[in-house]
Design a protein around this ligand. Structure first.
Ligand code: SF4
Length: 275
């Protein structure tokens, strides 16, 4: 069986930067992340073994502790509240998301009605909405009504499907808005991974996506593959794969989410190549 592996596996730039920074400066027992640092349970559990806790409330920390803001960004009030309580803050928000925040802020000041394509409940989306209550969230596949003559600025969660954003932009263009600005804030890492995925899918019968079950960008890769009618397996570790599932297949692809360590992907690839 031929195994085609995406050239974009392992941590994306934002996740790598967050992990490297944390590992170079944490203090066991006194450093805690606000929610999981990244959406990969295996990595989070390794960090916990090193003495880096996950907390869900500032009340779980005491003065002098360090609160780590994960790559997906904080709620707007967290930094100020933490500093008031004497808690130090290590802000590891991905620079791509900080840039998006600045751009949205500018569009609001310029009087645009801002629409944001994203998954309700995802930590990146919740962070962004907490900064800008006037921003209207549009779920993937939704066709929002906007008043005729409105000036609209459209942004996207960093890990959305490029095609879904384009479809939404086309819908808005034809819906009578007087002006539409489209900011493609899907990050480069996501765009590269999705483009490589589509290229691989044209050459294989099935796809293995390696990454956290709670990772939005990993699930998105799996859902693109399913929509294109390919047999798809989303796994966190190679032990979830069964030899018999691949019987009769001549070519399989392997891609990974942005928060999956490259060693985990390599283990999956070794397993598939051994079949
Ligand atoms: S997926 Fe993109 S936005 Fe998210 S952490 Fe990685 S580089 Fe940053």
């Amino acid at each position: 069986m031929k195994v085609l592996v995406s050239p974009y596996i392992g941590f994306c730039y934002g996740v790598k930067k967050a992990i490297d920074t944390l590992l170079s400066s944490f203090c066991p027992g006194k450093t805690a992340t606000f929610g999981p640092l990244i959406h990969n349970p295996q990595v989070v559990s390794k960090l916990e073994k090193m003495g880096i806790r996950v907390v869900n409330s500032l009340s779980e920390l005491k003065e002098g502790d360090t609160l780590v803001i994960p790559a997906q960004g904080p709620k707007s009030w967290v930094l100020e509240e933490a500093l008031k309580k004497g808690i130090q803050v290590m802000d590891l928000t991905c620079p791509e998301l900080k840039k998006t925040r600045e751009m949205i802020s500018r569009s609001i000041l310029e009087g645009y009605q801002v629409l944001f394509l994203g998954d309700r409940g995802h930590s990146e989306v919740e962070s962004l909405l907490s900064y800008f209550p006037s921003v209207r969230l549009v779920s993937p596949g939704e066709t929002p009504r906007v008043p005729p003559g409105a000036r609209v600025a459209l942004f996207s969660q960093s890990t959305q499907d490029q095609f879904v954003l384009e479809k939404l932009a086309d819908f808005l263009k034809s819906s009578g808005v007087s002006e539409l600005q489209v900011f493609n804030t899907i990050c480069r890492a996501t765009r590269e991974r999705q483009a490589a995925l589509r290229e691989i899918l044209s050459q294989v019968e099935g796809l293995v996506v390696v990454g956290g079950k709670n990772s939005a960008n990993t699930r998105r890769l799996a859902s693109i593959s399913q929509k294109l009618g390919k047999k798809t397996w989303q796994v966190e570790v190679k032990e979830e794969l069964k030899r018999e599932d691949f019987e009769g297949l001549s070519a399989i692809g392997v891609v990974s989410g942005a928060s999956t360590p490259s060693e985990t992907v390599e283990e999956v690839v070794r397993f598939l190549r051994s079949l």
